[in-house]
Design a protein around this ligand. Structure first.
Ligand code: ADE
Length: 264
């Protein structure tokens, strides 16, 4: 089957730095106030883009990737605030479902439900998510020491990363008080992490029937310390993790010829 074109989305420049450095045959196209970088990444045809922060920016960029750039699968990499009790800074969370925690059209629709979809929880693509999860488990069971300098690991108190899989929630709010994260935990006890884009991407991908998966490195615990060294964490930890994760996902499939039939 012909190779698919994968859209790879991040919100913030530092999150995508490592991927951009690995991109071959890079060609930049400006569209709708964003730069889309087309090229080859570990044998894949990809389009890298920074969507910016928030659900509107994410939804608009996702639509462009699908409609203008012909992407037939999407991956999102970036950072999130940890909500689940076991989810620590430096861990990686893979979404199997995503929900917009600030979507509330009551009494017209139930809380969190996206009008006209009948859904509040949008599934990530099971096959792509399974492969991403497997790649994360392989990666973080072996090579993490080499990914981040020892002084950075010490600075952020990093331990061997655990890989989690479950519900990620999104909203147009950076959660930076314990009161706010406690409220989210109470309302949505199974949420593992909170961020500002993923559920919007998931909703648009569902509209177009495009498979989607998402991985987030936990940068903070969504409390009063959440803003501390945010940029530095992304640059020194989250970006190398994303790069290593996609490399693990795609390189292993190249060598054992295991890519799925659609070439994603
Ligand atoms: N992304 C990373 N940390 C976050 C937080 N605390 N709230 C929302 N989005 C985030």
């Amino acid at each position: 089957m012909s190779a698919a074109r994968m859209g790879v989305v991040s919100a913030i420049a530092q999150e995508q730095q490592g991927l951009l450095e690995s991109l071959q045959q890079a060609r930049r196209v400006r569209h709708g106030s964003r730069d889309y970088t087309l090229g080859r990444l570990w044998g894949r045809d990809v389009v890298l883009v920074l969507c910016g922060i928030g659900k509107v920016a994410a939804a608009a960029t996702t639509t462009s990737l699908i409609v203008e750039f012909g992407c037939d699968a999407l991956l999102f990499t970036g950072v999130a605030g940890g909500l689940g009790a076991q989810v620590r800074v430096g861990d990686v969370v893979i979404a199997d479902r995503l929900l917009q925690h600030d979507l509330d059209a009551r009494p017209l629709y139930p809380q969190y439900e996206a009008p006209e979809t009948g859904l509040s929880r949008f599934d990530a693509d099971p096959a792509l998510t399974e492969r991403l999860h497997a790649a994360a488990q392989r990666l973080f069971s072996k090579r993490t020491e080499a990914l981040v300098d020892a002084d950075v690991r010490q600075e952020f108190g990093l331990h061997a990363p655990r890989v989690h899989r479950g519900l990620i929630i999104s909203g147009d709010r950076f959660i930076s008080t314990l009161a706010d994260s406690d409220a989210l935990r109470q309302a949505l006890p199974d949420a593992l992490a909170v961020e500002m884009e993923g559920a919007a991407v998931a909703q648009v991908c569902r509209d177009y029937g495009v498979p989607f998966a998402l991985a987030r490195t936990i940068s903070d615990r969504a409390d009063e310390t959440a803003h501390l060294d945010f940029g530095r964490f992304i640059r020194t930890v989250a970006s190398p993790y994303s790069q290593a994760l996609l490399s693990e996902l795609w390189r292993s499939e190249l060598t054992d010829g295991q890519a799925d039939p659609a070439g994603r």
